[in-house]
Design a protein around this ligand. Structure first.
Ligand SMILES: NC(=O)c1ccc[n+]([C@@H]2O[C@H](COP(=O)([O-])OP(=O)(O)OC[C@H]3O[C@@H](n4cnc5c(N)ncnc54)[C@H](O)[C@@H]3O)[C@@H](O)[C@H]2O)c1
Length: 384
């Protein structure tokens, strides 16, 4: 039957994901780079069926994913089946403001954010998704404390696009009785907002978030776990990221960059138990680097007897391929969790897949520990 999936954002992450998924389905590539791939029994990555992709960039809306992916993915054989996926217009809510992109949202076409929101929920009701994945441009960080605030402000676009989409997903579930999973791979707080989690509980739906953990951040988390387990005292952490894609370009804006800094930094005190001085954030844009960002990391620490050592890591990491592999794992897991009756949010999965795992206040543990916890829970639920 497949896992009916809607992608929001027709950018690099979605393009790599669709290219990889089609190659996987046609057995052109093995399931490499997908966490849990060989273990998933209830639903597998190959079962994902993308039924719609939304964007607001006028150079993408109305175009097919074959032509979009051909520009964003450095491969000569983009699967031709992507010609069947044509990008639909979503809600803008100012998410691309200041980025020099010609963008039009449904609210601009319809003339009212509230009616555009309703129209979007109606479109979801027709598409009947099981899973909705949010991979839009990073927006400034926002938290929503109460469900009342969400219900009042999200349909007016006053909380930004990610929160409008999250609430639309919950409304779609309420309206149709179809339980949906909303996976937020971007920084604004959905699973970390109590108001959003309670809306999903009430709707009988599931929200997973926030901000996908790929590349350098999980590596830093695991190195910190290593230091903590050996009883070493971390004195400072510096981590730079320089990339050459539009994600990095958008992060040159201070407000957007700050939201990444928050999600990346939350792990330090959680894992170490104290707040070592740190500088962990995307630092720049250099076009020739493309999707393979340059990461430099420096961790200085004190060992037994007061002696000092340091770890230095240099890496070139394909951000988008990592993100796409994570999507291929999180989507079947989310669908299986829904079928097992999991509602609201699910900390055990968030801790593995996300940089800032919800619900708010849940501890950020290393990815190695989170993976073992997730394995145990998914076994209990008969998902793996
Ligand atoms: N490894 C990773 O790449 C990684 C890791 C963690 C999180 N993320 C997050 O994933 C998100 C997407 O990354 P990407 O590389 O695909 O970015 P991208 O810039 O290539 O694509 C984002 C797409 O979203 C679209 N968009 C913007 N506002 C929209 C709206 N309101 N509705 C619909 N579409 C909208 C843009 O037009 C663009 O096509 C970013 O928020 C990024 O922070 C990426």
């Amino acid at each position: 039957m497949g896992i009916r999936t809607v992608l929001i954002g027709a950018g690099g992450g979605s393009s790599y994901f669709l290219v990889g998924l089609e190659r996987l389905k046609s057995r052109e590539v093995p399931p490499v780079g997908i966490p849990l791939a060989g273990l998933l029994r209830a639903h597998r990555p190959e079962d994902i069926n993308v039924v719609a992709v939304y964007d607001v960039d006028n150079s993408k809306v109305g175009r097919d994913m074959y032509s979009i992916a051909s520009k964003l993915v450095p491969a000569s054989n983009i699967p031709r089946s992507l010609k069947d996926i044509v990008v639909s217009r979503g809600l803008h809510c100012g998410s691309l403001g200041g980025l020099n992109v010609d963008a039009t949202g449904l609210e601009d076409v319809i003339g009212s954010p509230e009616r555009a929101f309703e129209e979007f929920v109606n479109q979801l009701a027709k598409l009947r998704p099981d899973v909705i994945v949010n991979v839009i441009t990073t927006e400034p960080m926002r938290f929503v404390d109460s469900e009342g605030e969400l219900v009042r402000l999200a349909p007016q676009c006053a909380l930004g696009a990610t929160l409008a989409y999250a609430y639309a997903a919950a409304e779609y579930s309420t309206k149709t009785g179809n339980p949906v999973a909303f996976i937020n791979l971007t920084p604004p707080a959905t699973a970390n907002s109590p108001g959003v989690v309670s809306a999903f509980e009430r709707a009988g739906a599931l929200v997973m978030g926030d901000d996908a953990a790929t590349g350098a951040t999980p590596l830093t988390a695991d190195l910190l776990e290593h230091m903590a387990e050996r009883g070493r005292r971390v004195l400072s952490i510096a981590q730079f990221n320089i990339g050459g894609n539009s994600d990095f370009l958008s992060l040159t804006e201070p407000e957007r960059n700050h939201s990444k800094e928050v999600t990346k930094s939350s792990m330090v005190s959680d894992i170490l138990g104290y707040d070592a001085p740190h500088y962990i954030k995307p630092t720049g844009y250099l076009e020739p680097l493309g999707d393979r960002k340059f990461v430099a990391m420096h961790i200085e620490y004190e060992s037994f007897g007061g002696f000092r050592d340091e770890v230095i890591v240099n890496a070139r990491i394909n951000d988008k391929s990592n993100l796409a592999g994570l999507m291929a794992s999180a989507i079947p897991v989310a669908k299986s969790l829904l079928e097992r009756g999991v509602r609201g949010t699910y900390a055990t999965a968030n801790r593995f897949y996300m940089k800032m795992p919800g619900p708010r206040g849940s501890k950020n543990i290393s990815k190695i520990v989170a993976y073992q916890d997730l394995l145990r829970e998914l076994k209990k639920l008969d998902i793996i």
